[in-house]
Ligand binder design. Structure first.
Ligand code: TRP
Length: 338
């Protein structure tokens, strides 16, 4: 049997996960976890790059783990691991900081966006892509499913890995990004020109994965539409962004094409009703499992310990090769020479 390719992705443990995270990422992770040897990282180290609250970070990390398991990431098949549990991330990140250039990091759009207007920009926000490259390369990853906003970071990872391999010898697999196509971008229900994001300010246009059925119905009922009064799927028309978003959400949830979905409806009210029903159908079982998982800290900790163990095996092997390649003196040789 051919060796399965390795897939890896990461999610920050801060903020409440949205329908956008589910359709754009988690659902694909769940569907592909058996096809690949999969690792899903809860990136608590990345969460330190902006102002953070330690108590919320610790809680958020456990909650994100419970959520991933509730969504259907199977701890027997896939490796779910907390980034700070495997020291190799921080260790390899240093080598990546010394392989990437200042110029390359300065060109990262996410850094420019997140640092703008902030008086105390943490140095880690600037070097963030080096840590992300380390996350990926540590596991000899082939495939990285990420949103479009992360594609520049994957490009940088490829550049840095290639440079390292040329300079010091073949250590890293060069990964490729997988950007999901349809409804990869779920838009904000109240501001359909902007992406639904767990870091968005007011949250009224967001559907959170843990929203109650009532909240989901209310938010979708209030979703912004337009005055055309016809259910049509039109791409690239900013005036029709609200209806397009609803059609794309319903299409993604029912595995159909938005154009076909549009043909089923005459009235916006009916479209909203059907969309709410489909969202609830998928999210309410997740919410119920989540409640059980998040309450059982012993079970959660033992799944995370399993993840750490599996992850550490691959990680320590890669790190040892990378350390040797750059010329670090192996510590056991010092002992032998005693
Ligand atoms: N930077 C990613 C985000 O903000 C999260 C992330 C960290 C990640 N490390 C990763 C994603 C490695 C994929 C692979 O969404």
């Amino acid at each position: 049997m051919a060796k399965r390719e390795r897939m890896l992705s990461g999610v920050q443990p801060t903020g409440q996960a949205t329908l956008g995270n589910f359709l754009g990422a988690f659902r694909q992770w769940r569907a592909q976890q058996e096809e690949y040897e999969s690792t899903f990282l809860i990136v608590d180290e990345h969460a330190l790059t902006v102002e953070h609250n330690p108590v919320a970070l610790r809680e958020g990390t456990l909650q994100m783990a419970a959520l991933l398991f509730a969504i259907g990431i199977d701890p027997m098949h896939s490796t779910v691991v907390v980034q700070s549990h495997v020291a190799g991330h921080a260790q390899l990140a240093w080598l990546m900081e010394c392989t990437a250039t200042y110029g390359e990091l300065s060109r990262m759009i996410q850094f420019k966006d997140k640092s703008r207007g902030s008086a105390m920009v943490r140095a880690g926000l600037f070097t963030y892509p080096a840590l992300m490259a380390a996350d990926i390369l540590l596991y000899q990853t082939d495939l990285v499913p990420v949103g479009e906003d992360q594609s520049q970071h994957i490009e940088l990872t490829r550049t840095v890995a290639t440079r390292f391999n040329h300079a010091y010898g073949q250590v890293f697999t060069i990964p490729r990004a997988a950007i999901p196509p349809l409804a990869a971008r779920v838009m904000d229900l109240s501001h359909p020109e902007a992406k639904m994001s767990k870091s968005s300010a007011d949250g009224q246009g967001n559907i959170y994965l843990l929203d109650t059925d009532d909240q989901i119905r209310r938010k979708i009922a209030k979703a912004k539409t337009d005055l055309f009064n016809e259910v049509l799927y039109v791409e690239d028309d900013p005036e029709r962004a609200g209806v397009r978003n609803l059609l794309e959400i319903l299409a993604a949830l029912t595995d159909r094409e938005p154009k076909d979905v549009a043909a089923d409806f005459q009235r916006y009210g009916d479209l909203k009703e059907a969309t709410a029903t489909a969202v609830i159908e998928q999210l309410s079982p997740i919410r119920e499992r989540y409640r059980d998982y998040v309450a059982d800290r012993t079970q959660l900790s033992s799944w995370l310990a399993m993840g750490r163990e599996r992850a550490s095996e691959v990680a320590s092997h890669t790190l040892a090769r990378a350390y040797e390649a750059v010329g670090f003196l192996p510590s056991k040789e010092v002992k032998n020479g005693d």
